[in-house]
Design a protein around this ligand. Sequence first.
Ligand SMILES: [Zn+2]
Ligand SMILES: [Zn+2]
Length: 148
Amino acid sequence: MRIVKFAEDLKEFLRSRGVRPSYVRLKVLQYLLTEKTHPTAEEIYRALVSEIPTLSRASVYNALAVLSEAGVVQALTIERHEGRYDAKVGEHGHFQCEVCGRVYDFSVDFGSLRHEALEGFLVKRRDLYFRGICPECQKGGESHGKSG
Ligand SMILES: [Zn+2]
Ligand SMILES: [Zn+2]
């Protein structure tokens, strides 16, 4: 495996985005790049604290704030009560399953969206959230994911 190289690349990447590559920031970014489940801050904390016993929730929240601010990760507001995070920052849509709570990526041609009423507005961000039931859950099979 190229773990070390990967970590070095991430450091360089963060520096290039003007972010000091602290240990926690690297770990959080690494987690988001490998687990593409759009985890919440709490899920990230729980996943990392076993590896980093001194980790605090605040440091995870701070790291996410810094990474979001730098555009390295994006915060999703697909759920009202809890933010989810995504290391895939290009424009894409998100579908959340109401049964298993999973969040799926899908590609969208944002350029084809019509929004003439926004002529003269400066659009800084476009989010597209769909909700429904994923194919797995439609099958009515056993639970395969975590519940919300
Ligand atoms: Zn589902
Ligand atoms: Zn996504």
